[in-house]
Design a protein. Structure first.
Length: 116
């Protein structure tokens, strides 16, 4: 199967200039946490971002191997067992970040002292 049967290249649907739509900078996606944060509403304008794009004629011929249903089921079994832990870790990270952001300035200003 080729990739162009899975996705639409250069879709005819375009965002008109001034349209507000959810946007996520790929460079802003963390590779150390589970949750892709950083979505924001972006006003689209005409023109190019200046980024190089892959030649779609080359990409359209890219062969994609589909896994067997057993492989998909096996993967889903493993992934389903991991996702709750990823969500818990993400929640704990956010709690610890808030605690750090609250305590660190107080420690630095000597408003809070630690008994040694």
């Amino acid at each position: 199967m080729t990739i162009d049967s899975l996705i639409e290249f250069n879709p005819s649907r375009k965002l008109a200039k001034g349209t507000i739509a959810p946007y996520l900078e790929m460079s802003a996606i963390s590779n150390t946490t589970f949750c892709p944060c950083g979505w924001y509403d972006r006003k689209f304008s005409s023109g190019s971002s200046g980024r190089q794009r892959v030649n779609t004629d080359h990409l359209k011929n890219f062969e994609v191997r589909l896994p067997s249903q057993k492989a998909v089921n096996d993967f889903n079994t493993v992934a389903d067992s991991i996702v709750p832990k990823l969500n818990l870790n993400y929640s704990q990270i956010r709690t610890l970040e808030k605690l750090r952001d609250t305590l660190l300035p107080r420690l630095m200003s000597s408003e809070v002292r630690l008994a040694l």
